[in-house]
Design a protein around this ligand. Sequence first.
Ligand SMILES: [Fe+2]
Length: 313
Amino acid sequence: MTPAIKIEDIAHVRFSAPDLAGMRAFLEDFGLSCSEQGGRLYGRGGDGRPFLHSTEPGDPAFRALGLRAASLADLETLADSVGVSVEDLTDPGGGKVVRLTDPDGFLVEVVAGQAVEKPSADIEDAPHNNAAARPRQRATVRLSQGPSHVQRLGHCVLNVSDFRVSEKWYKERFGFLTSDEIEMAPGTAMGAFMRCDRGDIPTDHHTLFLAQLPQPPGYMHAAFEVAHLDDLMLGHAHLKARGRDQAWGVGRHIMGSQVFDYWRDPWGHELEHWTDGDLFTAADPPNKMPFQSLLAVQWGTPHPMLAGGNGSD
Ligand SMILES: [Fe+2]
């Protein structure tokens, strides 16, 4: 199957909320830089992209998943293939957008041509000493307290009503590749971690995870890459000190291998901090993994469903 295009990455997630000031306070605790334009709240990271998180006034809800096409030409190709038009994007950074509706009614916005600024430079990680190598000599570790430094959006997880239908829809249009398919029992898939097909350019183990859990279709979480492990732990302490609502973490996942830390915004939408994830190219084959691996950790806090607790430390 040749996809209409191969998307380059995830671009943004959109929400609505009744209190933009309340959302802004949370996002700033989470480590996004916020601004308002045209009555909407925008959160950006250090990667120079114009926005990663957008909130419009309204009842609390997930509104859209944004994906990034590699070029405006790809956006035209996608628009032609599905018979819709390319529109102007009226958010910070401008650009163009193709709006599609997935089989469960999720709005998918494919964007290209946004203005990009220089990435921030304040994310350097000090050399780490371990038993095998001691590169940090005659120098201390002195970290600044405060929120994590969110760099970019890494992935989104959606619960869908029929995994195979949604998998086909997303793969045909955007060229996603399966990294790990999750099975409830051998031969019975309940979802898959999927990554972008960028040829031999290493890309995140997952950009989209489609799950088919026994609950109505809906947003599960969006995950933001922070600067490094110390930055994630400092952000964890900051969110905790601010009394924010912790969902699960800290721990290291199995699929994707990233260190994770999940929090909820004031309306219960989960956002993840992560760092140190796996990267694969198009040459790496898909795997099948059992459902238990989804909730198990390599270290850290077990998932609340396994732990019988709230998943926080
Ligand atoms: Fe995640």
